[in-house]
Design a protein around this ligand. Structure first.
Ligand code: AMP
Ligand code: ZN
Ligand code: FE
Ligand code: FE
Length: 303
């Protein structure tokens, strides 16, 4: 991992492509506090190697890693933006809302996130039971031990299936068993998108629509949705993302301008369950400018 990051960062610095003139950030990162496979310290070491000026840890439904990340950030001279990622319900699928510059000591936010984690603990044993019925003998205790956190997600189950050689990749685990519509998929209780937006606002943060490429709707449908969410308090769109194509990036940038929303970007680094994605550079093309950070900071009411 580290060698890969170093090699690419070096080749970029030498390619004259403007990489050394633009200070970069990454506002979408997962650690072992949720379903990432690297600790906060490891993720931040990768960020340092990639030359990032600032980053946001956006673990699913949990903010416990923020004090540690902030302390490490001081050592490494990397600004740490308090963040979170909340899944919400959109019809049959999900919509993810990122939150930035949250007041992470807010007790109401902590209580709300705790309820979301509880919904994971209700769902996950049912997934394990489905897998057992499909002839895969694993236990939820094994999943919890592997996860080592209260925010247990399907990628933890995918990793256990990899370790036990039932699959060779997380992608295979999702494609065969865990993805929506596959035989071991079990839904969980999720808030409405507008509710997730409101929770982040009430904690002083800026709510941002994550990876619009995953929203299963037309361009018109996305525009209507974004306008509705803006009325509920949405502050930005994650325009820059590891798997956005150049034309998608342009489309979402236009949408953000039309709707007077801020632009953010990040890799959605998870480590081993998304092995093609690296901190700060995604699949190699991601470039998120430091200039996006101050407008986001100013839009927050946490400080
Ligand atoms: P959960 O939060 O437990 O519902 O799990 C959803 C998470 O699984 C997403 O946030 C992604 O990080 C991850 N995920 C979803 N689909 C895939 C996939 N095909 N391969 C790897 N990870 C995935
Ligand atoms: Zn995840
Ligand atoms: Fe997400
Ligand atoms: Fe994510």
């Amino acid at each position: 991992w580290q060698r890969g990051v170093l090699r690419r960062a070096t080749s970029r610095a030498e390619d004259g492509g403007g990489y050394i003139t633009m200070s970069r950030i990454d506002l979408h990162l997962h650690t072992t506090h949720s379903d990432g496979s690297f600790s906060t310290g490891e993720v931040m070491a990768f960020a340092k190697q990639a030359g990032l000026k600032a980053l946001a840890i956006t673990d699913h439904d949990i903010i416990d890693g923020i004090p540690e990340a902030t302390a490490i950030g001081k050592e490494l001279e990397i600004e740490v933006v308090p963040g979170v990622e909340i899944s919400s319900r959109l019809g049959e699928s999900e919509l993810h809302i990122l939150g930035y510059f949250l007041n992470w000591t807010d007790p109401l936010l902590a209580q709300r996130l705790s309820t979301l984690r509880d919904s994971r603990h209700l769902r996950n044993p049912k997934i394990v039971q489905r897998l057992n019925e499909l002839g895969i003998p694993i236990t939820y205790e094994e999943v919890r031990a592997l996860a080592g956190t209260e925010s247990v997600g399907r990628p933890h189950i995918a990793r256990l299936l990899m370790e036990k050689k039932f699959v060779t990749s997380a992608k295979e685990a999702f494609d065969r068993y865990l993805a929506n519509g596959r035989p071991a998929f079990v839904d969980r209780e999720l808030p409405e998108p507008a509710e997730a937006v409101r929770w982040i606002r009430e904690a002083g943060g800026v709510p941002v629509l994550a990876h619009p490429t995953w929203v299963r709707t037309s361009a018109d449908g996305l525009r209507v949705l974004v306008r509705e969410l803006k009325a509920a308090g949405l502050g930005g769109i994650e325009v820059h993302y590891s798997t956005h194509t150049p034309s998608q990036t342009t489309e979402y940038l236009d949408l953000a301008k039309q709707c007077d929303l801020l632009v953010t970007g990040g890799s959605d680094f998870h480590g081993v369950t998304k092995p093609d994605i690296e901190v700060g550079i995604g699949r190699g093309q991601l470039k998120v400018s430091e200039k996006l950070l101050d407008p986001l900071r100013k839009a927050a009411t946490s400080s």
